[in-house]
Design a protein around this ligand. Structure first.
Ligand code: HEC
Ligand code: HEC
Length: 204
């Protein structure tokens, strides 16, 4: 007799082999959760990459390999992260055409949901800086600033600590540099922009 736990392990192992066989080289440098992100997020990322990435884009930007599968970064456009978590944990979803039924444990569903929750604000922040800042600043891990004096965001922490960004915006960051337009961002947008900028900090 096969115990449920063993079946689940087998299902996951099968998924792992499939994912390994179809894994495509990633096109852009990926943003990885830092040490603060917590065990669930790290574990959820690994599960998502192994089990979901052959159809869904599971990172904070980019398109899904299966165009019918929404990228994870866009999932909160349709439903709240809490609802998605509930759907995954209750196995109420995925139950739509094209999407296989997964035998994942409640813990695994929670971890994938934690990853999906981690992705949302960063994806939102990335969209905001792409729309509002990329005409001057480099906004990813690899691009160059279009404005020669605008620091790439990935190097901002060389100039000022990330914790100081919120205050800098509150005081009107535009006052420091005349070429920079005034932005009317609300607090959620600002927090997401700062989370995103924090997530891409490098030293070189
Ligand atoms: C074989 C392809 C495939 C795989 C693998 C896959 N999905 Fe999907 N998924 C889809 C498709 C297609 C849709 C869109 C279905 C629709 O809109 O009706 C979808 C939709 C979703 C949605 C949105 C549901 C909603 O109604 O808002 C969630 C959440 C989701 N998938 C989670 C996952 C997770 C988590 C995994 C990995 C454990 C995964 N998917 C693996 C194909 C896939
Ligand atoms: C029109 C061009 C332009 C746009 C658009 C722009 N910036 Fe800037 N930004 C600059 C320039 C130029 C500097 C460098 C100014 C200097 O060195 O005095 C700068 C500097 C900064 C700094 C560093 C400030 C410091 O004190 O060191 C931050 C943070 C910043 N920008 C954030 C943003 C954000 C966030 C956005 C989008 C919401 C944005 N910028 C959009 C031109 C721009």
């Amino acid at each position: 007799m096969i115990k449920p736990a063993t079946r689940m392990t087998q299902a996951l192992t099968a998924g792992i082999f499939l994912a390994a066989a179809f894994a495509a080289p990633s096109e852009a440098a990926e943003i990885k959760p830092g040490p603060d992100a917590g065990e669930a997020v790290h574990h959820g990322e690994a599960l998502a990459r192994l089990n979901c990435a052959r159809c869904h884009e599971v990172g904070i930007s980019g398109e899904s390999p299966n165009t019918g599968a929404p990228p994870f970064w866009s999932l909160s456009d349709r439903r709240s992260v809490a609802t998605i978590a509930r759907m995954l944990i209750d196995q109420a979803s995925p139950k739509h055409s094209g999407m296989p039924t997964f035998e994942i444990t409640e813990k695994q569903a929670e971890d994938i949901a934690a990853w999906i929750a981690w992705v949302q604000p960063l994806a939102h922040g990335r969209r905001l800086v792409t729309e509002n800042c990329s005409s001057c600043h480099a906004v990813t891990l690899t691009d160059e600033s279009a404005h020669p004096e605008a620091p790439p965001f990935r190097l901002i922490s060389k100039r000022l600590p990330i914790e100081a960004l919120e205050e800098a915006f509150a005081e009107g960051i535009e006052s420091g540099h005349p070429d920079m337009p005034v932005f009317d961002v609300d607090i959620i947008q600002l927090q997401d922009i700062i989370s995103y900028i924090a997530s891409i900090q490098t030293t070189d």
